[in-house]
Design a binder for this molecule. Sequence first.
Ligand SMILES: CC/C=C\C/C=C\C/C=C\C/C=C\C/C=C\C/C=C\C=C\C(=O)SCCNC(=O)CCNC(=O)[C@H](O)C(C)(C)COP(=O)(O)OP(=O)(O)OC[C@H]1O[C@@H](n2cnc3c(N)ncnc32)[C@H](O)[C@@H]1OP(=O)(O)O
Ligand SMILES: NC(=O)C1=CN([C@@H]2O[C@H](COP(=O)(O)OP(=O)(O)OC[C@H]3O[C@@H](n4cnc5c(N)ncnc54)[C@H](OP(=O)(O)O)[C@@H]3O)[C@@H](O)[C@H]2O)C=CC1
Length: 293
Amino acid sequence: MASPKENFTPENCVENYKSIFSKTALSGKVAFITGGGSGIGFTISEVLMRHGCNVAIASRNFAKLQSAQSALQKAVPGAECFIAQMDVRKPAEVKACVDQILSKFNRIDILVNNSAGNFLCLAEGLSSNAYRNVIDIDTVGTFTTSKTVYEAFFKKNGGVIINIGATLHVNGQVLQCHAGSAKAAIEAMTKHLAVEWGPDNVRIVCISPGPIADTVGYSKLGGSVFTEEQIAQSIPIQRVGRRIDIANTVLFAVSDAGSYITGTNLVVDGGAVLTASNGMHGIAQLLNAHSKL
Ligand SMILES: CC/C=C\C/C=C\C/C=C\C/C=C\C/C=C\C/C=C\C=C\C(=O)SCCNC(=O)CCNC(=O)[C@H](O)C(C)(C)COP(=O)(O)OP(=O)(O)OC[C@H]1O[C@@H](n2cnc3c(N)ncnc32)[C@H](O)[C@@H]1OP(=O)(O)O
Ligand SMILES: NC(=O)C1=CN([C@@H]2O[C@H](COP(=O)(O)OP(=O)(O)OC[C@H]3O[C@@H](n4cnc5c(N)ncnc54)[C@H](OP(=O)(O)O)[C@@H]3O)[C@@H](O)[C@H]2O)C=CC1
């Protein structure tokens, strides 16, 4: 079976990227990727650029965005990467960021709501502030950014919104009450917005990854405790996900090939959610040994 176990260059880009799509599939388009300076968001940005799309990436850490921009421009000189600092929890910063992107490119065709925060914690040990903070970043941040882009551009011109979800809420994953609740709401929001904004030619698609190696999420949520082989054994496809798996799915969903897809959730996890271990005692005891992971 073909495995996209790609190698990364020192700049974290995909080495010898082989596209299944035409390299001009997204020519002339502009994508706004929140949290595009690292992990899954970085590879989504790279893959969209490799198909002719200019991108804008934004998050809190400007130095991280600068180094991502320089790596992306080096790997894909034919497309432009614009960076802006913003916190998705602050509507004024999101609005200023969208205004900057529109003054730079005059358009936004694709929004990827990828920014998120997470950690492992039993509900019993979670403060209300910690729960609220994750909901603020993931769920409210997704709503604020979607609404801001809709009002500023999509309402008149149409567009595609990709919400990066997760499968945590499907089985009530232990240690994930905060993030599972946040991602469940994102999945629901995807349907509500698809219904309301469909007539304006706006599609909204949720893409929910399983465990994705080489990411902050993976190492924070158990990937640094269990080996890749241990995690792979529990997944029907027998390997952990790679960033490219999610980036290629985003490419498909935003391309013309995905033009009739809206209001749905694409789970991209090799079947992991079907067989994921979720025992309070096994996982919680092991991981609780690493308090505040
Ligand atoms: C799912 C796995 C379950 C079990 C594992 C078992 C086996 C699995 C094996 C492998 C798994 C491999 C992969 C996982 C699979 C799926 C993952 C699915 C979803 C992933 C979702 C993600 O979002 S990943 C993205 C990860 N990236 C980040 O988190 C980067 C951004 N993060 C941050 O900025 C911070 O971490 C933050 C979220 C805390 C936000 O920072 P900030 O706004 O500065 O917040 P603070 O002021 O620091 O804190 C606010 C309150 O939160 C409390 N807090 C903070 N950290 C913790 C912690 N670790 N534990 C408990 N509470 C915490 C903090 O104390 C504050 O509350 P107060 O009451 O004190 O004010
Ligand atoms: N990794 C995995 O296995 C899985 C990941 N996911 C999802 O994939 C997405 C990417 O995760 P991953 O690549 O692992 O992790 P990263 O930590 O690399 O990505 C999260 C990004 O969000 C940004 N961010 C965090 N808080 C804010 C904020 N308040 N405002 C703006 N941006 C913010 C971060 O940048 P900065 O710090 O500069 O703000 C960072 O670039 C997330 O939505 C996550 O929930 C879902 C399932 C599995």
